[in-house]
Design a protein around this ligand. Structure first.
Ligand code: AKB
Length: 314
């Protein structure tokens, strides 16, 4: 049977680029993009698009039947900063959308699921440097709690019911096509916009807050690659650590100053500082590299060049 894909949450930061990539790899007619909102963008205009509420089991099931879907990429979620403002809704959305697709796979209606986890599954008691695949995990944010619980359920559905669910713990993701929405790592995207527009930026994290980050092309490459890997290579059925770059606001500012010398940064930490302080500074992703051949292409300097070049054209 040929691969037919449904992306739920296709208009978000990751969904936008993932949709384009999956259309290129599998063919436009084999990728159904969906989101709760119908925007006027490439995701909606360049292929098949459906409005769907990730919390509505029947709507998802109908789409799966209508298009003979085999693989679902569930990208809809509330991120860390937004989730802290609306814990009950974050829990509802992040958990129940996952249960819907896990149960659809358990019922034999789809073959494979991609579900994103996050470095937010770790917490203040986790070793901060080179955080290993298996370690203490006591997340202190609503988002982190939902992602960690989600990981447990993914593994449970795989072991108990044979559901082929695959997952990555994304670090902060940096891209120029579509803005991030409500994360603690969002500053690392915003800084490029402000550097070009205003030549100055006020950061909501303090200057030495190191966090794991990744350029979006690498994240998309990892997502496609874990989904294409033979099932027996995916030995971790909770979620894989994934790493590329780690930097502080001060370091990313210095990399921008190499292109825009007059750029300045100052710091006004807010509630997101506490979230960032509870997360790892860097991640050990040896297991992903060994199991399914993960390898990043972008370092900070390469990412800064590409971000500034593309945003200035935009
Ligand atoms: C966030 O900051 O909430 C996300 C994440 C690290 O999962 N970018």
């Amino acid at each position: 049977m040929s691969t037919k894909i449904l992306i739920i949450g296709a208009c978000g930061q990751i969904g936008t680029e993932l949709t384009q990539k999956l259309r290129a790899v599998y063919g436009t007619d084999n990728v159904i993009a969906s989101d709760i909102r119908k925007l006027d963008n490439d995701v909606v205009n360049d292929g098949i698009f459906e409005v769907v509420n990730a919390l509505d089991y029947n709507q998802i099931e109908n789409l799966i039947e209508k298009y003979h879907i085999t693989d679902v990429y569930l990208m809809a979620a509330l991120l860390s900063a937004t989730a802290e403002k609306n814990p009950a809704f974050a829990w509802d959305l992040n958990m129940n959308s996952l249960f819907h697709v896990l149960n659809l796979a358990k019922a034999g209606k789809i073959k494979k699921i991609f579900w994103p986890s996050s470095i937010a599954v770790f917490g203040p008691t986790t070793p901060r440097e080179n955080t290993p695949q298996y370690t203490v995990m006591e997340p202190s944010t609503v988002y982190g709690i939902s992602k960690q619980s989600g990981e447990r359920w993914c593994e449970y559905y795989n072991k108990q019911y044979g559901v082929d669910v695959r997952s990555i713990r994304y670090p902060g993701l940096i891209s120029w096509t579509s803005p991030p929405g409500g994360g603690t790592t969002d500053y690392a995207v915003d800084i490029y916009y402000k550097a070009l527009e205003d030549k100055k930026f006020t950061c909501f994290l303090s200057e030495n807050t190191a966090l794991p980050m990744m350029y979006m092309d690498d994240a998309i490459k990892a997502t496609v690659s874990i989904m294409q890997a033979p099932a027996e290579k995916i030995k971790v059925r909770s979620s894989y650590n994934l790493s590329a770059i780690s930097f502080t606001p001060k370091e990313i500012a210095a990399s921008i100053q190499k292109h825009i010398p007059e750029f300045t940064i100052d710091y006004a930490p807010d509630f997101r500082q506490k979230i960032a302080d509870s997360w790892p500074a860097s991640i050990d992703d040896t297991v992903a590299r060994e199991d399914w051949g993960w390898k990043n292409d972008f370092d900070m300097e390469k990412m800064t060049s590409v971000m500034l070049e593309n945003l200035s054209k935009k």
